[in-house]
Design a protein around this ligand. Structure first.
Ligand code: MEV
Length: 438
């Protein structure tokens, strides 16, 4: 067994690599070579990446793709997407083109409220605590004035602080449930700094207040919530049913009905809903990643929202009314276009430039549209040809790379499989044939 190491973070980058390569890999020289191949030649840029996290030994690449022709609220966007899954950008581009010719996407931000909480226990009388909260909340607001001054100039700040009695859930448990507006920032640091100050004020004032039993109050923790049901965005597409006319073997009416049924199944059946929503997250996560936002926060919040009525369900909706097919999504999304990585990571800055420097609200709309487009593309394939046809076509290059095909071999095989079904075996056989022929 490899013994644990003391002080790993204090080793130099080279020493860390040597240790990892020697202890955990079969070919230490090959490991070092692989790690270093991914270092950036630009030393300053590499240092920037090294300093994003602790114990950096190399970079981990994801492709950055572009899905063009997204018409959103009358403006055309080319959407940058960071993702490894081969068919996602192609699917988004196809859906974008389809809706470009049918009026495009409409998107609307329904709210931008963020939430944070100070969790604490109080083992005394609840009405004493309530009266104390009435006295202390205005002091809390004053105590964060320095922290909020800049945010207030940008239209944000602390919106409310409310004492909540949670003793039905947990013994002696209370919280300060706080709401914030954070303008174009995602706002995590701002919110957490305010909350920690609220907690300090709560403890300090409890000591000074003769009406409160100070030793019965204990702050447990202060942290923002990634569940933001009032920071929500809606995106929609619609068209006359007869405009859903892109398929040879299915009528527009049948197509519309199957799409509605596919959504109904995802609403009724959690096993399907998870996969359905995973497809939506293919679109959302890749925009969130490309723009330097926190995809784990977004994922956690969106999936909580998908279960808000007690069982996990579809994030998208579809209807047919008066000859109109309508398809829409409503999701919570806390995104930022300033702060965090946005000013630091050159690719993030570039992605935001490609999106024409959106506000946080605009980025919420773009990400929601990417999710809706992805779901439309997935369902469209699922209810017509199945997904494997398109998916395997996009996966063809991965298979060829696995088989170490040369560039001319790739060109020949891609040409060959234009109208053939792609399977790993069929591609391997075709490549072997090609090689033995030459
Ligand atoms: C694959 O990444 C996503 C899909 O499975 C989504 C879906 O089934 O709706 C195709």
């Amino acid at each position: 067994m490899t013994p644990p190491i003391e002080g790993f973070s204090k080793l130099s980058k080279e020493e860390k690599i040597d240790w990892i390569a020697a202890r955990f890999t079969d070919n230490s020289e090959e490991t070092k070579k692989t790690l270093k191949r991914y270092w950036n030649q630009d030393k300053q840029l590499q240092q920037l990446h090294d300093e994003f996290i602790e114990n950096t030994i190399s970079n981990y690449y994801l492709p950055l793709g572009i899905a063009p022709n997204f018409l959103i609220n009358g403006k055309v966007y080319a959407i940058p997407m960071a993702i490894e899954e081969s068919s996602v950008v192609a699917a988004a581009s196809k859906a974008a083109k389809f809706w470009l010719e049918r009026g495009g996407f409409k998107a609307e931000v329904l709210g931008t409220e963020k939430i944070g909480q100070v969790h604490f226990t109080y083992a005394g009388e609840a009405d004493q605590l309530e009266a104390f909260a009435g006295r202390v909340i205005p002091i809390m607001k004053k105590d964060v004035a320095d922290l909020t001054a800049k945010m207030e100039k940008r239209g944000g700040g602390v919106r409310s602080i409310e004492l909540r009695d949670k003793r039905m859930e947990l013994e002696d448990y209370f919280q300060l449930h706080c709401t914030f507006e954070t303008a174009d920032a995602m706002g995590a640091n701002f919110i957490n700094s305010c909350l920690e100050q609220f907690a300090q004020t709560l403890e300090r004032e409890a000591k000074n207040d003769p009406q409160i039993e100070e030793d019965k109050l204990e702050v447990i923790m202060s942290i923002l919530s990634n569940y933001v049901p009032n920071c929500r965005v809606r995106a929609e597409v619609s068209c006359k049913i007869e405009e859903l006319d892109e398929h040879d073997n299915i009528s527009p009416e049948q197509f519309a009905e199957k799409m509605v049924q596919a959504v109904a199944i995802a609403k009724a059946e959690p096993y399907r809903a998870v996969t359905h929503n995973k497809g939506i997250m293919n679109g959302i996560d890749s925009v969130v990643l490309a723009t330097g936002n926190d995809f784990r926060a977004v994922e956690a919040g969106i999936h909580a929202y998908a279960s808000k009525d007690g069982s996990y369900t579809s994030l998208t909706h579809a209807s047919i009314e008066n000859g109109i097919f309508r398809f829409w999504i409503e999701i919570p999304l806390a995104l930022g276009t300033v702060g965090g990585l946005t000013g630091l990571h050159p690719m993030v800055r570039l992605s935001l430039d490609i999106l024409q420097k959106p506000s946080a609200k605009e980025l919420m709309q773009i990400a929601a549209v990417a999710g809706l487009a992805q779901n439309f593309a997935a369902l469209r394939s699922l209810v017509t040809t199945g997904i494997q046809q398109g998916h395997m076509k996009m996966h063809l290059l991965n298979i060829l790379n696995q088989l170490k095909a040369s560039t001319p071999e790739k060109t020949a095989i891609v040409q060959l499989f234009r109208d053939r079904q792609v399977t790993h075996r069929a591609v391997a056989e075709a490549l072997e044939k090609l090689r033995s022929a030459s």
